[in-house]
Design a protein. Structure first.
Length: 431
């Protein structure tokens, strides 16, 4: 009698040791939304034992976890209880991505270390808020650690549980309901319908050691037929492909009991909910082509009123839509003498017409070379003029001739067009 619990306890400790190591390698189980926390392995095993004893949890069961996180409870139930399948609903996309790697690595490591005899079917984690879930079928048992979960999400979970044809039991973990009746809170406050409180269990968090209470409920009228394996997979595929409608959630009040009972039997459509809650559904206006705003702008671009494209002979003959701006035309007019001077001057680099960017690079390179060559030549000529008389020095006459002609050393020093500041400075030295 004592060997089986002892071996199971060793299996649970080894399994949680593997899961803790993999979780640490993934950077923890935290995400960007909601809360995160995991119950100790032994307390989770006690909850599963209560569900097995009082709620009919067996090899044909299917467990769904609302707020699954990384999926620890799901893989725990698959390994120790041998349930048929497990699914999870998680809001945070970061946790969903971590859960994918966490479940695969955990299953492979347990198989290598001999904790499982064969490969298990990994749980399926669906990344969406519970308010957008259409159905929880074919799950037979539900679980949620919903401490910190908002009321509207709890009500949405309760409505899914109440209308489900396969769910028979639900276990929730939260703070202790001290002076409240748990059955009334679940039925009238969160719309779970008539439920029976089976057992309560004090549990603690791993790491922080915070204490919470697990409440295990059964439906007062459980479903008579549990879907078989093939039918369950077909129902799961049909549920995933079904159209999902976001159901508006009313505020939690004393009048929620009647609303929960009425809406649990109706379709979860927008019209039905709007009638119950006195909501008005307003359709989005459609912007017609030719009107104002972005719609008219896109229509004018593609419509028949656009000017046809023509081959541009010059700026004056180009259409208004393709004609360059006056500033661009002025820049082009200013660049033409410079390009002509550079291409006609001796020793200058011939400008190729590959692109305007390459032209600018060539202009800058030629300008830098001309600046240094021109400054050296002008300095030499200026010093020669200063040191010798104007009438006796042939060097002075040569320098004056170069400056007067507008070229210095054939390097592209153009008078009045390229380097006017340098020329004025040289003339100031010579005067």
């Amino acid at each position: 009698m004592t060997e089986e619990p002892t071996s199971q306890a060793k299996q649970v400790r080894a399994m949680y040791s593997i899961m803790t190591g993999i979780e640490n390698n993934l950077g923890g189980g935290e995400g960007v939304e909601g809360l995160y926390g995991s119950i100790t392995g032994m307390h989770m095993q006690r909850m599963l034992a209560i569900m097995r004893e009082h709620c009919g949890l067996d090899a044909s069961s299917h467990l769904v976890d609302i707020g699954a996180g990384l999926g620890r409870p799901l893989i725990h139930a698959l390994v120790t209880e041998g349930i048929r399948g497990a699914t999870g609903i998680e809001l945070d996309f970061i946790k969903c991505m971590k859960a994918d790697a966490f479940l695969r690595q955990t299953a492979n490591t347990m198989l290598i270390r001999g904790l499982t005899q064969e490969a298990i079917d990994l749980p399926v984690i669906t990344c969406k808020p519970v308010e957008k879930v259409h159905s929880l079928d074919p799950a037979t048992h539900a679980y949620s650690f919903w401490e910190g979960v908002p009321v509207d999400a709890r009500v949405a979970f309760g409505r899914l549980f109440a209308k489900s044809r396969t769910l028979r039991s639900v276990t929730v973990v939260q703070r202790n309901m001290q002076r409240e009746n748990p059955e009334e809170v679940m039925e009238h406050g969160y719309c779970f319908g008539p439920v029976n409180l089976v057992e309560t269990l004090s549990v603690s968090m791993s790491g922080s050691n915070r204490h919470f209470t697990a409440y295990v409920f059964n439906k007062t009228q459980p479903p008579a037929v549990v879907p078989r394996r093939r039918g369950a997979r077909a129902a799961l595929a049909a549920t995933a492909a079904a159209e999902e409608v976001l159901v508006a959630t009313p505020p939690l009040s004393s009048d929620n009991a009647k609303l929960c009972i009425e809406t649990s039997n109706d379709d979860h459509g927008v019209d039905a909910v709007s009638k119950k809650l006195d909501l008005t559904v307003v359709a989005s206006p459609v912007v017609a082509g030719g009107g104002g705003g972005m719609g008219s702008r896109n229509a004018s671009k593609k419509g028949p009123g656009r000017l046809p494209r023509k081959k541009n002979v010059g700026p004056a003959s180009a259409p208004m839509s393709t004609r360059p701006s006056p500033r661009k035309q002025q820049q082009r007019q200013q660049q033409r003498p410079l390009l002509a001077a550079l291409t006609s001057t001796r020793g200058a680099v011939r400008v190729t017409r590959h692109s305007q960017q390459q032209q600018q690079k060539h202009q800058k390179m030629v300008a830098n070379r001309s600046t240094w060559n021109g400054k050296n030549a002008v300095t030499t000529a200026a010093s020669a003029v200063k040191q010798s008389p104007r009438s006796a020095s042939p060097m002075g006459h040569e320098a004056r001739g170069l400056l007067g002609g507008g070229l210095v050393d054939g390097a592209g020093f153009l008078e009045g067009s390229v380097y006017p500041r340098t020329r004025r400075a040289v003339l100031g030295i010579l005067s």
